[in-house]
Design a protein around this ligand. Sequence first.
Ligand code: ATP
Length: 466
Amino acid sequence: MTNQSENSDLMSKIFALAKRRGFIYPGSEIYGGLAGTWDYGPLGVELKNNIKREFWKSMVYARDDVVGIDAAILMNPKAWEASGHVKAFTDPLIECKICHQRYRADHTEEIEVHEAGHTSEVSSIGSKAHLGGEQMWTEPKQFNLLVEAKLGVVEDARQKVYLRGEITQGVHVNFKNVLDSTRVAIPFGIAQIGKAFRNEITPGNFTFRSREFEQMELQFYVKPEGKESKKWYEYWKEERMKWYLSLGMTKKNLRFRRHEEGERAHYAKDAWDIEYDSPFSAKGGSVSGRGWKEFEGIHNRGDWDLSQHQKHSGEDMSYFDAWSNKHYLPYIIETSGGVDRAALFFLIDAYREEKDRVILKLHPKLAPYKVAVFPLLANKSDLVKKARQIYSQLTINHLLQPVAWDDRGNIGKRYLAQDEAGTPYCITIDFDTLKNDSVTIRDRDTTKQKRIKTSKIAEEISSKLS
Ligand code: ATP
């Protein structure tokens, strides 16, 4: 098999596993779906919650210079005019004159694949040959990605609003509120996690490019001097890379890439992406059949946002620095990652096939279930009773996270199901448990089993979670 077909095969397998095990389903599937929308199932919501929890723990709880916020999705539309999104939150759109399919003009790989499709059509049916190369496409036009909605109860007077295209602006409009209501002082940051919406021209590659997705961000306010903002910029770039690695991402699958001059967003003074070596690219990639894709953006936004909001709202957005006795508009270093992209890339990165099993080697902190509990036989009431006891002790007293329960089929099959779900440990309650209060605990990665006292289960699992 070629690398290209191996990679598209891998994506089909991940897609199938995600559906089969309850990670991710197509959005509103029974109605034929809605392009660019996805629903997270029982395991998917846990994976996503775990990613968000780890983000919050490292970015907010572990630091004394970052606080959190949860701003509204709907904002006064003036905020989006001020931030430049109404004018400049655009992608260049081109349309194929043959089949009217639309593409982003900067997605050259997808365009080449599309052209190649028509070329083979042309040679087989001998028509449309006059529409080669550039003539095949309409001139690029700027297409705004903001999703519009209407608010209000009087039909003719309903107000046009936008579903936020990025979660960032809800933070900046609250810069003064946070300053006035907490004890933060520059340098400090505000973290936020929440949904964003974009009318993407070509949603696709599973959840990678969706029209509704979640972002996890930090807006870090620093003195506007070049030296200071560069220092913090480098610091946050490294911190974010370390975070992904600490959760088990394979190092060689991650890299930094600097944006070219013309590629940067309208607000960015400097921009680097953390990219993932994904198994998808429009034509399978030239050598490996893989394609580096944006995972998280780290931007120096300068004082763009605060100065724009100051201008458009008429409110003073400056910071008073008590040390220098001066007012200034701080610079903003932003780290902006996608929760859905993280969930997808963690799934891809963790996927392994062994001789007779498929495993998701998710970091225990991210695994939807930390442990599964099995009574050896479902029809032996004392085994089930003991297993239930252990199950609730683990869930309620110890982990406060979901524990899987499975009493169907043989133990081997139950192990295989948990391997696919990424559950790091399985515990079996058998007849010896009733005699000497011990259980077998089986490790997902090594498949090794050992016997431990029931009183030691919680300790054993916690050691892997810390
Ligand atoms: P792209 O170049 O892929 O369109 P972007 O540069 O527009 O992405 P940003 O505006 O920097 O992305 O958004 C920050 C992060 O939000 C991205 O790194 C990504 O993880 C996530 N994100 C952006 N757009 C989408 C989307 N359509 N679907 C899923 N996640 C997204």
